[in-house]
Design a protein around this ligand. Structure first.
Ligand SMILES: *[C@@H]1O[C@H](CO)[C@@H](O)[C@H](O)[C@H]1NC(C)=O
Ligand SMILES: *[C@@H]1O[C@H](CO)[C@@H](O)[C@H](O)[C@H]1NC(C)=O
Ligand SMILES: *[C@@H]1O[C@H](CO)[C@@H](O)[C@H](O)[C@H]1NC(C)=O
Ligand SMILES: *[C@@H]1O[C@H](CO)[C@@H](O)[C@H](O)[C@H]1NC(C)=O
Ligand SMILES: *[C@@H]1O[C@H](CO)[C@@H](O)[C@H](O)[C@H]1NC(C)=O
Ligand SMILES: *[C@@H]1O[C@H](CO)[C@@H](O)[C@H](O)[C@H]1NC(C)=O
Ligand SMILES: *[C@@H]1O[C@H](CO)[C@@H](O)[C@H](O)[C@H]1NC(C)=O
Ligand SMILES: *[C@@H]1O[C@H](CO)[C@@H](O)[C@H](O)[C@H]1NC(C)=O
Ligand SMILES: *[C@@H]1O[C@H](CO)[C@@H](O)[C@H](O)[C@H]1NC(C)=O
Ligand SMILES: *[C@@H]1O[C@H](CO)[C@@H](O)[C@H](O)[C@H]1NC(C)=O
Length: 878
């Protein structure tokens, strides 16, 4: 129905119902600016509103136009040409112009016109002729013009499709019996009539013929209060949805005794509205007394200027309204809160089911008011600036009050304390819904113990200043809890654990910084957490809410991480939880490169996010690497290389250690020379002179000369090798054949192993083919094959190079510390070894070999086959 969608007062303001305005309500799709008007909606609509037009710019109108808005201009006349090219026109808005003339054939080509609005113009006559042909007209707004009477021409009887008609104006002084006769057969949805605020006459029966669902009067009866009786009588025996009186008394309060509302009894209407105007107690009582016996179920007083009647005599209960049975009583925007304490009692509220008192700004609720409102099921006192003390009075006894109250709306007041509200309402047995939105709850809250009635199921407290401290004071019986826009920064797990019935929870627009990990809510089905301050959300966040099926969590400063991605993917995939504001409301906030990107476009990649995948990949990679490594080892004999490298490193380390220790370890000799007796001549004649007889002599140890007489020869060998920096082996075939020399070789090699290999110097006096050596000389063979050796050249001119080489291998002779050397010397009787004093000079004669000793050593060297350590060989002096 057209009427249902139209606010009633629109009739008086000339607004056009939205059903026929499909053209304007749809978004402009294409628009052009040729001419003063905006043509949009594919050339179907033109918007020319408020453009100071003095004439209709008809040349710029496309022929296709169905809707034209020319309101709020300065048009003075409508001529035949203005709309003649628009055969499709359905809707023409001309309100708020200064039109005083409309050509008779102005609309002759607009036969499809359905809506015509000429509200608030300067027409001096009802434009009957131009409208005659508009048989499809359903809405005609033509009030607020300068007609002097509201007489409809007979042609109006043809407008059988008419549903909405508004007429009249400030100059209409009254209504005559036959004014509306032409439309007596037309079934209207809405009819509104405006008359002068100084109504001068009303002929009985004028309104009788009107058939409408909704009736609006805009006429002041200050001058003729009696007219109301006749008007109400004319409305009798008909059924209305709404009857509205606007400005019934515009200038004066009615103080007469005559009951002008007596004919209200005959009225059958769903709702009666008094809008604006002056009402005193007297007039209101008249109305209410008559209302008590009508079928009218709803009464609304709005924008009323209320005053007490000083003449009223309170004659006890008899003068009171005690039987006003209404489904709805709305007291809105009433200038004087005394209206509530109507005739000093609240008895008139006793049988009201839904009582709504808004914008009345009362500042106390006396104790007796609560006891009177027995029948009230819904009490709406929103928008009243109530504070705790106005509302709750400790002196009142609230026991058994408000026994039927279901819904208590305290929205938009100045309440600060949940504790007060709970004290007030805990006795309201049936209270189920409590709306405390748009207050200041929590702003001055001290921790109090709140006791709520057990029946509260909906608790609405959005737009307050509640903090997490308020949770202990919230009722736990609720299944609906709205704490949106409350400054909450934390949640209280204990509350949600206890509130086992909670099914719907609104937490939008708070400052919640994180989702608590153990958030349990066994029955929760709907959760709104959009517009908070948390950045992290994960699958685990809502795992303790088994019933959750709808989640609204957008508009948070999300950290775009794998966790979030997984959460979203998982939630969407499972389909158990519906993300109601996905994806438009989900935007990355962190990290910076993703700032402002939609989370639906954030793809961190499967691999990065799936921890199992990461583990599998890690394990696989490691296994492969190990396998390849093992293979390489196998193919390239790596262990051998490793061992070799290890030995090299170890040798280097040892050399380094030795270098460090070199300062401390003392060597008596630069070199120990090992040779067989057949090479003794070469040693004595060539080697010793070159190395010893020069400016920087090397000190060398040879057994002929330097072995300690009287000591076991093995000890001598060991000790002298130990106290020599290097060991020089003079290799020849004889050397190889000498077991004893091999022994020396053994020790030298042992030492070389313990120290550095470079301590062993091989001098090959005669070329030896290592392969020709017998196997038992494997050590020598190995040394020859792994160590570079010095070859004694046969050519004389090459020999100096050999010596240079040898010297460089030996190092500088100064490297042993001369002063600290202990030098063994033999005394003339010389039977025992003496470790000489440090300062003692080395005696050159001590180097003279003793023939007998040498013989013996040579014997040992040549003839021994086995080394028997028990064999004690003594070197005897002389
Ligand atoms: C309306 O039109 C009349 C002439 O028809 C003119 O006298 C009057 O000033 C106009 N009013 C306004 C507000 O323009
Ligand atoms: C009135 O409108 C209907 C469609 O709503 C149309 O069929 C009919 O022809 C119109 N009447 C006239 C007189 O144009
Ligand atoms: C039209 O509206 C203007 C402004 O609202 C008002 O001043 C004027 O009196 C109205 N005209 C009529 C005829 O009601
Ligand atoms: C109503 O006013 C019109 C002109 O505005 C006039 O012609 C007509 O006679 C008037 N009717 C009555 C009954 O006064
Ligand atoms: C109302 O109209 C009457 C004549 O019908 C006149 O005497 C009176 O002054 C008018 N009052 C106002 C407030 O216009
Ligand atoms: C309404 O009906 C009653 C009787 O049913 C009758 O007495 C009264 O005159 C009627 N009123 C109107 C305005 O027709
Ligand atoms: C309470 O009143 C406010 C404002 O009048 C309204 O928006 C809200 O819907 C009402 N609450 C309930 C539960 O009806
Ligand atoms: C809740 O309301 C029911 C009736 O709706 C009533 O029987 C019951 O006693 C109330 N519970 C309490 C605790 O008042
Ligand atoms: C999710 O909720 C939205 C809004 O309530 C609704 O439009 C949509 O159809 C729902 N989707 C599913 C899969 O239930
Ligand atoms: C984020 O995007 C919105 C619209 O998509 C834009 O208005 C805003 O300036 C952007 N902010 C930044 C920081 O880029």
């Amino acid at each position: 129905m057209i009427w249902k969608l139209m606010p009633f007062s629109a009739l008086f303001l000339g607004f056009v119902s939205s059903t026929s305005s499909a053209a304007t309500s749809s978004p402009p799709t294409t628009s052009s600016h040729e001419g003063p008007c905006r043509i949009y909606n594919f050339g179907l609509s033109a918007d020319c509103s408020g453009r100071q037009l003095t004439f209709v710019p008809w040349r710029t109108f496309p022929i296709t136009l169905k809707s034209i808005d020319l309101s709020y201009n300065r048009l003075q006349a409508i001529s035949a040409a203005d709309f003649q090219n628009l055969p499709q026109l359905r809707r023409l808005l001309l309100q708020y112009n200064n039109i005083s003339h409309i050509d008779d054939d102005a609309f002759k080509n607009n036969l499809l016109l359905e809506t015509l609005n000429i509200f608030n113009n300067s027409l001096h006559e009802i434009p009957a002729s131009p409208l005659t042909s508009l048989l499809n007209l359903t809405e005609l707004y033509m009030s607020n013009n300068l007609y002097r009477n509201a007489t409809l021409a007979n042609s109006f009887s043809r407008l059988v499709r008419l549903k909405v008609l508004s007429m009249g104006g400030p100059l209409v002084m009254g209504l005559r019996k036959n004014d509306f006769h032409p439309i007596k057969n037309i079934q209207l949805e809405g009819f509104a009539i405006k008359c002068s605020s100084n109504l001068s006459y009303y002929e009985k029966g004028s309104l009788e013929v009107i058939q409408t669902k909704n009736m609006g009067f805009d006429m002041a009866i200050d001058q003729r209060p009696k007219a109301l009786e006749d008007m109400l009588h004319d409305l009798g025996n008909k059924t209305f949805r709404v009857i509205q009186f606007r400005n019934l008394f515009e200038f004066t309060y009615y103080n007469l005794k005559d009951d002008i509302f007596q004919n209200l009894k005959e009225i059958r209407a769903d709702q009666l509205i008094f809008h604006r105007g002056k009402f005193n107690e007297n007039l209101l009582r008249m109305a209410l007394l008559n209302l008590q016996v009508t079928l009218i179920k709803r009464l609304r007083l709005q924008y009323i200027d209320f005053a007490r009647s000083p003449t009223f005599v309170d004659s006890g209960a008899g003068s009171s309204i005690t039987n006003l049975k209404l489904d709805n009583l709305d007291l809105w925007y009433i200038s004087n809160p005394d209206v509530l304490r109507f005739d000093w009692r609240f008895t008139w509220l006793k049988k009201i089911k839904k009582l709504s008192i808004q914008h009345v700004y009362f500042n106390s609720v006396p104790c007796d008011s609560w006891t009177e409102m027995d029948g009230v099921e819904l009490l709406d006192v929103s928008n009243n600036r109530l504070n705790n003390d106005f509302l709750y009075n400790k002196q009142c006894n609230y026991r058994n009050t408000m026994p039927n109250l279901h819904i208590f709306n305290l929205s938009t007041n100045d309440l600060t304390s949940l504790g007060y509200i709970s004290s007030l309402t805990k006795e309201f047995r049936k209270l189920e819904v409590l709306d405390l939105s748009n207050n200041k709850l929590g702003s001055t809250e001290q921790t109090v113990n709140c006791v709520w009635t057990q029946n509260i199921t909906r608790f609405i407290a959005h737009h307050n200043q509640l903090t997490s401290k308020a949770f202990p004071c919230l009722p736990i019986t609720v299944n609906y809890l709205d704490l949106s826009n409350c400054n909450l920064d934390q949640l209280d797990n204990t509350y949600f654990k206890r509130a086992t019935n909670l099914k719907t929870l609104w937490l939008s627009g708070n400052k919640i910084k994180f989702i608590p990990s153990k958030w349990e809510s066994p029955s929760l089905q709907f959760l709104a957490m959009d517009g908070n301050s948390f950045g992290l959300i994960s699958k685990a966040s809502f795992q303790h809410m088994p019933q959750l099926s709808e989640l609204k969590a957008g508009n948070n400063p999300y950290h775009c991480t794998c966790e979030l991605h997984t959460f979203v993917q998982d939630t969407i995939a499972k389909g158990k939880i519906n993300l109601t504001d996905w994806p438009w409301n989900y935007i990355c906030y962190h990290p910076e490169p993703f700032l402002n990107t939609s989370i639906s476009k954030y793809f961190p990649g499967e691999v990065a996010c799936d921890i199992r995948l990461v583990i599998i990949i890690c394990v696989a990679t490691t296994a492969t690497v190990v396998l390849i490594f093992v293979l390489i080892c196998y193919i390239f004999n790596l262990p051998w290389y490793t061992k070799a490298t290890y030995q090299i490193i170890r040798a280097k380390y040892r050399a380094y250690k030795e270098n460090q220790a070199g300062e401390i370890v003392n060597f008596n000799y630069h070199a120990f020379i090992s040779y067989s007796h057949s090479d003794a001549d070469w040693v004595r004649d060539q080697l010793l002179p070159v190395l010893e007889n020069n400016k920087n002599p090397y000190r060398l140890c040879i057994h002929e000369r330097d072995f300690m007489p009287g000591r076991w020869i093995i000890d001598n060998i060991i000790e002298n090798i130990e106290s020599s920096r290097k060991v020089i082996f003079v290799l020849s075939r004889h050397f190889v054949n000498s077991e004893w020399c091999n022994y020396e070789l053994y020790f030298a090699q042992q030492r070389a192993m313990g120290k550095t290999f470079s301590d062993v110097i091989l001098v090959v006096k005669e070329p030896i083919d290592p392969n020709s050596l017998p196997n038992k000389y494997c050590k020598l063979k190995k040394m020859l094959s792994t160590k570079t050796y010095l070859e004694w050249p046969q050519q004389v001119n090459q020999q100096p190079f050999f010596w240079a080489q040898l010297r460089s291998v030996l190092g500088k002779p100064t490297m042993t510390r001369e002063g600290t050397n202990s030098i063994r010397s033999r005394t003339s009787s010389g039977r025992i070894a003496v470790i000489g004093p440090l300062a003692e000079e080395r005696m050159p004669d001590a180097a003279i070999p003793d023939e007998g000793n040498i013989e013996e050593i040579q014997n040992v060297c040549i003839h021994r086959n086995d080394i028997e350590l028990e064999d004690r060989i003594h070197i005897e002096a002389n």
